[in-house]
Design a binder for this molecule. Sequence first.
Ligand SMILES: [Zn+2]
Length: 696
Amino acid sequence: MAPTVQVSAPAAGTTRRIEVDGDVLEITPLGSGAEVGRSCVVIRFRGKVVMFDCGVHPAHSGMSCLPYFDHINPAEVDLLLITHFHLDHSGAVPYFVNRTEFKGKVFMTHPTRPICRMLWHDYARVSKIAAEDQIFSTADINQSMEKIELIDYHEERQFRGIKFSCYRAGHVLGAAMFMINIGGIRVLYTGDYSREEDRHLPQAEIPNVRVHVLIVESTYGVMNHEPREQREHRFTNSVHQIVRQGGKCLLPVFALGRAQELLLILEDYWERNSDLHEIPIYYNSPMANKCLRIFETYTNMCSDMVQEQANRCNNPWVLKYIQNMPDRHTFAREEAEMGACVVLAAPGMLQSGASRELFESWAPDKKNGIIMTGYSVNGTLAHELKADPETVSLADGRKVNVKATIKFMSFSAHSDYNQTSEFIRRLKANVVVLVHGEEHEMNRMRNKLKDEYPDLNVTAPQNCQTVALRVPPDRSADAVGPIVEELMLGVKKGKTDAGVSALLVEDTTGSRALLRPEDLISFTQLTTCQVEQCQRFAFQHSLAVLGRAMMDIYDEVEVEDGCLSICGSVQVMLQDQVLCITWDSSPINDVIADSVSLTAIELTKSPSAIHALRGEDAVQAGEERLFKVLCTYLQQEFGRLDLDEVKQTMSFEVDGSKVHVDFATRNVDCKDDDLKGRIRTALRRCERSLRPIPPF
Ligand SMILES: [Zn+2]
């Protein structure tokens, strides 16, 4: 089974290079290629397929609002990552998940899922108007919901060898930028994002890791937003001006998301201007109460300002001056006498529904005003109004005179040119793919980025046009653990017993880690085990004989406490004429142990070999002489000894501490460690004095 490795984040400047093959990364927009709407971008790399977003086009209906799914085989898509709930990013999910061969996983953030569910049901209800325009049913939504999995900001997930995580994107509640990592290549898809902190949401984060490919929205092209305070001031002034002259102010908005920002701005302005207190502000959303509950649930994901208010036990979403709009018929009856009022109504681009009806009714009166606060997609009435027409033609042939003031000021929370330029610089991205922008704007942005960053590879593909990037062979590995310091300081720590100075570990996503062998357990999920080997067999000679034979092969042969140690790694003991060889298995230790057992077998098979080596008689004679010298020495040093000349043992007492010496095994038994040390030293001195070349 292939091991799974979790590698910690790399420290800066700790990359070393190794050789592996290169590959081609393909990026294909199936929607949002040189257009705004139906975001859907497919990445193909090393056999993995990831789809970012799956939206519908707001200016189209029926099947033509879908991304070009027929360009791919949905069964090949491993992962579908949805950045936020806006329908141009999420609206095609129930279709793709339930009505195609897609078998992968779908991920979105916690707030995105319940909001999507609500918006999809609303969309299915609206698109039911024409059966042939219905791209999914309520049943499709319910079945899709079961397949959607949740992800938190910064949570690292992995599926089929693709690592992925998400970051705060600003824009709307729960909006996320997704980072995927396949084989060490990191691709960041921003979706819609904003680096501007607003009243109800924090700004988009800048991921603290190097990004190889950045797929970024280009909605605002080379334009830059006016500062927020200035824009808010202009907005509230415009609203004030309309209502002051007794006019009705229409704010077409997407039901959820940016509408909450406008509500907070208006609430604050009304609070500060007492002359406005009698003028009603209506929030026309059939989902208003559900929206309120969702925002209350996820207050912790909102801006500091909103959270602080919630912490003071003020529900930031219960607004004093804003009321839900009565149903359409009641409103139609009342509005004639109502005079000045402000209405926030969906949809944001006046395609149909409440905002469209109010526009048709209010546009002919010059006292009234319409303020477009969102982005308007080509092909919608909102976009048409940009040309400042005197009349607009409706689909049913009617014409509407436009006498009301029409203003455009964006609160749509998309990144502007300066924000995106800074984002690219901070991410150190080499390759940038522009999506989600009108063709002309997108191309101007590409040219400006190329002027600003001559080395940057910037492309702006059309729908179904594939950007193929040859990814240079990735030879990098992340150094982890103490080896990082060694590499940075250029210090070389020694090799292990097996001659290994570092391990290179690759996980199923292709990420590599370089680490010291002893750090394997700490920094990976791999486990290591040490095989302890032991061999036993009968041996009729003494340990000293074997030791002497081993000295012909190795320099490092020592005897202590009745144990023969060879090269510090193989231990040999002899007890009751049974030789016991123990060692921790490693290629080198195994060879040493083999040589010990072979030598012992050789000595057992042919006693003459002992003579051939050193001469057993001489060995025996030498041992007896040494025993006698030692006895004399110890007697002089410590006084009376109890001797057993047959077993070659001696016992004595020094200041109450009992000592027992087994000469054959050189084992010293004594509870007093200092005394034990002195006797061992004495033993070694005697041996050295008798043998010019010490045997042990
Ligand atoms: Zn959006």
